[in-house]
Design a protein around this ligand. Structure first.
Ligand SMILES: Cc1ncc(COP(=O)(O)O)c(C=O)c1O
Length: 417
């Protein structure tokens, strides 16, 4: 493309990890040392009220917890209707029945009426996801769970980075340190578990898992070093973007696919491994960091963008302690607005990144998650990170506010679908 001016592209995907961390990770691979005890670090951060442990991914921890509960086959697992699809797949693969519970768009908490409707004698567990980098108060949900004897699982994959460590009364709160997460260790998850007996069973089950090879972690460090170098730099990303477009590929989809931490078809075995010592040491290093400047700057920039988008509706607008891990906004025509944003150099993505909704069992049509579906059909996520300028924010806001859409769900059609 001689003479073509390559324009910078701002991306939704940013890696919150420094070159020094990547080098430290490589050093741990070369000289892993003896098994590393994360206990003191975890207790310092999560306290000692609930025993803590680590797993290979948050999904691994969820899979472990469900195994440790020893539920009867066919038990129903209620799940807030916007979630990571693998969470639903894990429930099914263990022989349980996932039932969606529609969400309150302002907080992503389960809608109280949908939750009460979902509860049957077979319901054993409720999974809620704290989304976008904030959290909602679990008190009401906890009261319902206690009343009906449900185990409450709090998925905090997106909330690490502020002060929130999960609700102390939740049966388990899970935090992810996967590649795109705040304070990432390129993998790993931390869980705080309320019942020591369940914690004990989880630890015993996990002890029999194979340890992830060190070599694999070294490869992972190299892969994400490369992705980080491109994705965190708007000019380099612009160049890659131009090349992929020239090859007739969809750059947004390609880049997203490269960033996935697990690839290939779903299988429970993918989650059933333990972190190697170098991974645990990198996680310890990231957990030990103080003064997370990336997070506080991102929060400031996100608040500024939110002010500029005052006329638009945003899912999760009322979550507490919003760190803006994702910046979703509702629009009338996502494809058109994405196109217009791209003209300005901002690569927005349709939907909610790797989150999705799912259908209720055929005999439970009343649990159809209409609000979740409506949000997913009309939402896009905007690039938003600490180094974006006021000109970026103003430019994006001008495009987005020209195409506002309500978050309130449209009335149901007569056939209820
Ligand atoms: C809400 C939610 N749950 C679960 C996960 C999965 O986390 P992990 O990759 O650690 O399994 C994610 C990852 O993005 C997520 O956003």
């Amino acid at each position: 493309m001689p003479g073509t001016v390559v324009r910078p592209v701002e991306n939704t995907i940013k890696f919150d990890i420094r070159v020094a961390d990547l080098l430290a990770g490589l050093g741990y691979c070369l000289a892993p040392g003896a098994a590393y005890d994360l206990g003191p670090t975890l207790r310092r951060i999560w306290g000692s009220d609930r025993p803590t442990m680590v797993s290979a991914t948050l999904r691994s921890g969820f899979d472990l917890y469900l195994q440790a509960l020893e539920l009867p086959p066919g038990s129903e697992v209620l799940i807030s209707a916007i979630t990571h699809p693998d969470m639903v797949a894990i429930v099914r693969a263990q022989g349980f029945v996932p039932v969606p519970v529609d969400v309150d768009p302002a907080t992503m908490a389960p809608d109280p009426a949908a939750l009460r409707r979902a509860i049957t004698p077979r319901a054993q567990v409720l999974v809620v996801a704290q989304l976008f980098g904030g959290h909602f108060d679990l008190a009401d949900v906890l009261a319902v769970c206690r009343q009906h004897g449900l185990h409450l699982i709090e998925d905090c994959a997106q909330t690490y980075g502020g002060g929130y460590r999960g609700h102390p009364q939740a049966d388990i709160s899970l935090f992810s340190f996967g590649p795109l997460k705040t304070g990432t260790a390129l993998g790993g998850a931390v869980m705080a578990v309320r019942d020591p007996a369940v914690h004990h069973r989880m630890t015993a089950i996990q002890a029999a898992y194979p340890v992830l090879p060190r070599r694999e972690f070294a490869k992972r460090l190299a892969k994400y070093a490369l992705l980080r170098a491109i994705s965190n730099d708007a000019r380099k990303l612009g160049l890659l973007f131009a090349v992929l477009t020239g090859l007739g590929r969809d750059p947004g989809a390609e880049i997203r696919a490269w960033t996935r931490s697990l690839t290939g078809a779903f299988a429970l075995s993918r989650f059933r491994s333990q972190l190697s010592t170098p991974q645990v040491r990198l996680l310890a290093r990231r957990l030990a960091e103080r003064g997370a400047t990336w997070v506080s700057r991102r929060r400031t920039v996100g608040d500024r963008l939110a002010e500029r988008l005052a006329g638009s509706e945003r899912p999760g607008v009322q979550v507490r302690d919003h760190l803006h891990w994702l910046f979703p906004v509702m629009v009338g025509d996502p494809a058109m607005t994405i196109e217009r944003l791209l003209t300005g150099g901002w690569l927005a993505l349709p939907g909610l990144s790797n989150l999705d909704t799912f259908d209720p069992p055929p005999d439970r049509p009343e649990q159809s998650p209409h609000t979740a579906r409506h949000i997913l059909a009309r939402v896009l996520i905007l690039p938003m990170h600490p180094t974006m300028t006021d000109a970026d924010l103003a430019g994006m806001a001008a495009v987005v506010t020209a195409d506002t859409a309500p978050i309130a769900v449209a009335p149901l059609p007569a056939n209820g679908k």
